[in-house]
Design a protein around this ligand. Structure first.
Ligand code: PLP
Length: 355
């Protein structure tokens, strides 16, 4: 990023050498992003964030309304998907929201029943941001393409990208969203994978950057920073094993406390752990931990204190929802961090019980 700020501050659209250097930097980054998901360079559109990539994918349904007006998604998507499809309802789209089972995973039979020849878009996330539940995207994609010939399959992979191997070709998705800040790039950069056979319309019109798909001068430093973050990723399979070990260790310690119930299910990406602290309001616990320099959230950070609709959709009762906290791991967390967290949780419950 620093290198780009100092050396490649030209505008990639400019014809002079400075512009050309910036363009080369963006091309290199695009190649890096593309190969991280087994795509080709032409299939990557840089965006300002995951939200913009999700909106670009979803709003493109507007231009395909002559083929059908049905959109299928899940009731546990991120608000950047849920609010986008909700906006499309005002344009006459019928949106079907698939509910998860008690384990937080959608049922493919429900998808099969919802798909018809009027379906133009299916949007299902790869990993849920509040519970870590992995959704059966590959199978959902196969069903969609088999039963709804007019439908594009979009996948919000913001929580999965850089944490588990993703191969867009073997997943079979037409569109896929990722965001840089989930893998230690700065905030303000994301991308949308759009397969070469998928023709969508842009959200932003203007000078025609990003192959006409996202006008606006490219943020070269942030794009280069994303490349840096990707190049710094460890081997994802090995890292996943290490993380699974840390996750299981955390679950075991929490179960031993006697006051924590695990809301995340077995089939999770072990970077998100959702628990309920029976009898303790999540907000109070959150502030106690914050005073110890431990930063966890209640529900999702984007919903700022709103009760978790994801846990509600999973059928959790109000007691479990009011006391739910979400622990997000990074690859830099250690067992010692977990020991500190669990000890401070025990301290929190002792102190709050007294109060
Ligand atoms: N999708 C999911 C699953 C997320 O968790 C997030 C952010 O946390 C987003 C989309 C939005 O990404 P961004 O913050 O880059 O807009």
């Amino acid at each position: 990023m620093n290198k780009a700020l100092i050396e490649n501050w030209g505008n990639p659209s400019s014809l002079h050498t400075l512009g050309m250097h910036a363009e080369i930097a963006v091309d290199n980054a695009r190649q890096c992003v593309a190969s991280s998901i087994s795509a080709s360079q032409k299939e990557i559109i840089f965006t300002s964030c995951g939200t913009e990539a999700n909106n670009t994918a979803i709003m493109s349904a507007l231009h395909r309304k002559n083929r059908g007006n049905r959109i299928i998604t899940t009731s546990i998507e991120h608000p950047s998907v849920l609010n986008a499809v909700k906006a499309l309802e005002d344009f006459g789209f019928q949106v079907i929201y698939l509910k998860p089972k008690a384990n937080g995973v959608i049922d493919l039979v429900d998808l099969e029943n919802a798909l018809n020849d009027k379906t133009v878009l299916v949007s299902i996330m790869l990993v849920n941001n509040e519970t870590g539940a992995i959704q059966p995207v590959k199978e959902a994609c196969e069903l969609t393409h088999k039963l709804s010939k007019n439908a594009f399959f979009h996948c919000d992979a913001v929580q999965a990208y850089g944490k588990m191997p993703i191969n867009v070709k073997s997943l079979g998705v037409d569109l896929l969203t990722a965001s840089g800040h989930k893998i230690h790039a700065p905030k303000g950069i994301g991308f949308l994978y759009c397969s070469q056979k998928t023709h969508i319309s842009p959200l932003l019109f203007g000078g025609g950057q990003e192959n006409g798909m996202r006008s606006g001068t490219e943020s070269v430093p942030l794009i280069c920073a994303l490349q840096g973050a990707i190049e710094s990723l460890p081997n994802l399979k090995n890292q996943l094993n290490i993380q699974k070990d840390l996750y299981d260790y955390t679950v075991k310690l929490l179960e031993n406390t006697g006051f924590a119930t695990i809301n995340s299910n077995q089939n999770v990406l072990p970077y998100v752990l959702n628990i309920s602290l029976n009898g303790y309001r999540s907000e109070t616990v959150l502030h106690f931990l914050e005073s110890k320099n431990i930063f966890i959230s209640s529900g999702s950070a984007c919903s700022k204190g709103n009760v978790s609709y994801v846990l509600k959709e999973m059928g959790k009762d109000n007691r479990a929802i009011d006391s739910a906290i979400r622990i997000s791991f990074s690859r830099f967390n250690t067992k010692s961090d977990v020991d500190t967290l669990v000890n401070e949780l025990i301290n929190a419950t002792k102190k709050l019980r007294k109060a």
